[in-house]
Design a protein around this ligand. Structure first.
Ligand SMILES: CC(C)(COP(=O)(O)OP(=O)(O)OC[C@H]1O[C@@H](n2cnc3c(N)ncnc32)[C@H](O)[C@@H]1OP(=O)(O)O)[C@@H](O)C(=O)NCCC(=O)NCCS
Length: 151
């Protein structure tokens, strides 16, 4: 992901996330050296951004901060491919694991993470705001080892 992708990523984000990142959040992420990967439609399909994933490098590990796929492109394997690319990149960088936080009500995302090898390692009570007041965050991690393929 480069700064040229921000507008398209923001449009996807605003369409599919209940509490979307702002343009500033994307700019700050890229400015801070976070890694963004994008999925683009083929030229035959008209091109354009289909989805993205953002990773924050840490010490020996990375946190997956955001992943989203355009509404019209969901359930076609784009999210899984983005997640697997993020895991492959993390393995290349020598990180031992990737972790993330996800709303306990986000069943599509939780199913995707489980299918890619993530397991639940904790819960943060009342971590997110939602219409009902607050929602728990599930903490999930995918342990990586060089050369191994998850999912
Ligand atoms: C989560 C998200 C990225 C998945 O992207 P996607 O491209 O639709 O996912 P895929 O087609 O690669 O699906 C991979 C697996 O995820 C699970 N999954 C995806 N969408 C699902 C849904 N609506 N219901 C149940 N499981 C779902 C399934 O296990 C699926 O495998 P299958 O199709 O073989 O059953 C997408 O739904 C999205 O952008 N959601 C809004 C943003 C979001 O919630 N991001 C995560 C929190 S930051």
């Amino acid at each position: 992901m480069t700064r040229d992708d921000i507008e398209a990523a923001l449009a996807i984000e605003q369409a599919v996330q209940p509490y979307p990142w702002t343009r500033g959040n994307f700019g700050d992420a890229l400015g801070s050296g976070y890694l963004g990967l994008v999925s683009e439609a083929s030229a035959e399909a008209g091109g354009g951004l289909q989805g993205f994933v953002v990773l924050m490098p840490g010490v020996g590990e990375a946190e997956l901060l955001n992943i989203a796929v355009a509404a019209g492109q969901q359930r076609k394997g784009v999210g899984r491919a983005l997640l697997e690319s993020a895991l492959a990149l993390s393995r290349e960088r020598g990180w031992g694991r990737v972790f993330l936080e996800v709303r306990t009500g986000n069943l599509p995302a939780i199913a995707l993470y489980r299918s890619a090898g993530f397991a639940e390692i904790g819960i943060r009570r009342g971590y997110y705001h939602n219409a009902a007041g607050s929602e728990d965050a599930l903490i999930m991690a995918c342990e990586l080892s060089a050369g191994e393929s998850n999912g």
